[in-house]
Design a protein around this ligand. Sequence first.
Ligand code: ASP
Length: 341
Amino acid sequence: MESNILVIYTGGTIGMIQDPLTGALAPFNFDALYKHIPVLQNFNCHIDSYCFDPLIDSSNMNPAFWVRLATVIEENYEKYDGFVVLHGTDTMAYTASVLSFMLENLNKPVVFTGSQLPMGVLRTDGRENFINAIEIAGAYEDETAIVPEVSICFENRLMRGNRTNKFNAENFNAFLSGNYPLLAQVGVHIRYNHQSILKPNFKKLKVHKNLDPNVAILKLFPGITENVVNSILHIPGLKSLILETFGAGNAPTDDWFLKSLKEGIGRGITIFNVTQCKGGSVEMGKYETSIQLESIGVVGGYDITTESAVAKIMYLLGEGYEGEKLNQLLQTPLRGELTLE
Ligand code: ASP
């Protein structure tokens, strides 16, 4: 079967090419894709492209752009077998996470990729990332997508999007999936890790477009002051605070600290406990330094990444969840973003 792929270019290094005369970087012309990468003709697929205008550096990413991106996928969902999203690496993990929540009942591949060096540079990693992403987006078996979820394909590895973070600004190997196995390893063959990939449910795609950004992140550090904690908990309109804690979900046991959090929770703020570690899980109650967090009503985030926590909270708040129901959904894997162990 020939697959139809839509390549969506949002901006970022991957789509840049060097003007041979001036040396300046300018966006790649996706209409001339086959001319730039003739090897694509060897794939049994048809590729169309959609370019955002203006293109953005992904550091300017925001919820309005996420809604536009989800809408492009929604409007083209029936027409294409898979989607490749070209995105700057800086916030790719956030966008892949939020898209995983926005696209409920996704049964087709949405593969994010980018690069550390522009496509138009000789040693670029973009060409290989792009070709791998296209192959994965078009991979079907018995008319069923092999990877029907939002993923990130980078430097020969395919990862679940909402399990990743960018951990290196220099190496080609820039993304980490610290708590979840790779979905595929790209070598001579693409070896899919079938048992770790979400199964399709064959239901109709439902796109959620309300995102509520009333969330903040507080990363703990030894010496953090009462002023800092109180200030963040008194941000007008704040509905949820992601508390980046130490190790397995631990925090200071000072009275002022617990009192501030407790008061915040009393005012209706959901506090979500996520570890600062890149691997491992929050286990509230394991140490004395997390027992009290649990008793005042802080919600444990298990092994969710901070990126995914931001995305999930914006999505759940946008859907109107609050209180106990919100707490319960935060602790429920909705798109494979956390493991309950
Ligand atoms: N600053 C760029 C961006 O995230 C870096 C990249 O393209 O990877 O858009």
